[in-house]
Design a protein around this ligand. Sequence first.
Ligand SMILES: [Fe+2]
Length: 296
Amino acid sequence: MNQAKIKRIIARSAGILAALLAVLLFAAGISAVICNRHIKATQYDVQLDGLEQSVRLAVVADLHGKVYGEDNAPLYEKVAAQKPDVIVLLGDLFPPHFTEADKDYVIDLTRRMQEIAPVYFAMGNHETSYTAEYGDGWIDEIRSAGALVFDEDWKDLTLGGTTVRIGGSLGHGYPFGRTHEEFEASADFKFLTEMQESPYPAILLAHWPDTVALSDGPRRWQIDLVLCGHTHGGVIRVPGVGGLYAPMQGWWPRFDYGEFQLNDGMRMIITSGLSGHDRVPRIFNLPEIAVIDLQP
Ligand SMILES: [Fe+2]
């Protein structure tokens, strides 16, 4: 092959690559705009032993202070349209760089969700950071809004005609830098043991999938259903591959989004939540409300 022909082939290949890249960037840009405005509902069916009638949970997570449309109206409309029996607020409603006044956003959101259905409020890392900075007075206001707050504790509640143990934690179900003895003496271990030994079906609200999914968590624990957020679905999703990055798991996270059967009896659902991460927009990753139908 002569040199002129080789040069022509290289130039043509570079042109095709540049065109593909331009199409990809254009598609990513369009997707970022759509993902900034639209909310989908993703439905899951979960069978829970002992339940007498079905119960619908709407899970709202990782808003990071975002406001959809006028005063979040599209978000409330989307949640109300699901006709939930319970709304789970699953953490990181506060923005990452919060000010003291941001509690008003979270309290108002809780109040307005409570007008739609009873709210179960679990902490994310942004909530615990806010409490560390400004105290826990805001949590009393969440309770005054009518929500049940789950903060490293559990409650046995009547749901679907039976008793269900609901717990909320940001703990770790594996040593996580502690010795085996320290871990077994920890509040994390005690809490998860009480969830595991529940005589009733147990649902854990764990903002971090890490709480039970990482290390040997799936071998240690047996909790019927674990609901998580925090990953934002990997923020940018590569079609056919998965999420690009999740905090605490890094690049190409294994537990990025959707359903996972962690062991024979423990199912985990991770919602991708409702915002991007800091300045990184969601791409190919529509914000969502997870709608979970607990079935007898
Ligand atoms: Fe988080």
